[in-house]
Ligand binder design. Structure first.
Ligand code: CU
Length: 159
């Protein structure tokens, strides 16, 4: 019994090695990520740059949300979050010229807030095509208006 089991296991390992490439090709989460950078605000301006973001279904993306402004900003689109599968979100920092990961979050993502001078990475695979027109930042300014009211809105297209 033990011998048979070992034999079967050995065969499975050999088979696994032989078909490793084919298996990896089917695992969409293990692709080399396509980098997409979105600037959340710029000094004195509340806006997403670019304002329209494009993705394709089935590809792994590293969506870099970079905040070079003086205010915190949200990246909120519930329509978008419902059309993607999240591999992880992570916070990185540059130390001695090298990117170091400080934290990694696993599970579905709804929105991300990025603080001034920092960036966050959202690793995702779009699983449905469509148009999300609800991208916005709902942070309130001193005058009571949200950043979205001041133009910090955008659109995400998944083809
Ligand atoms: Cu904002």
């Amino acid at each position: 019994m033990t011998l048979t089991y070992r034999h079967a296991l050995g065969a499975a390992v050999i088979l696994g090695l032989a078909s490793g490439a084919a298996l990896a090709a089917g695992d969409l989460s293990r692709q080399t990520p396509i980098e997409v950078t979105v600037d959340l605000g710029s000094p004195g301006k509340h806006e997403f740059a670019p304002k329209q973001i494009k993705f394709e279904t089935g590809k792994l993306y590293k969506l870099i949300l970079r905040n070079n402004s003086n205010d915190p900003h949200y990246f909120t689109s519930h329509a978008f979050s419902a059309m993607v599968w999240t591999r992880k979100a992570q916070v990185t920092q540059t130390r001695d010229g090298k990117s170091v990961t400080l934290a990694e979050f696993k599970g579905p993502m709804r929105e991300i807030e990025v603080y001034p001078g920092y960036s966050a990475e959202w690793w995702l695979v779009p699983v449905a095509a469509g148009r999300a027109t609800d991208l916005r930042c709902d942070i309130k300014s001193a005058d009571g208006k949200t950043h979205a009211d001041q133009g910090m809105t955008g659109e995400i297209v998944i083809e």
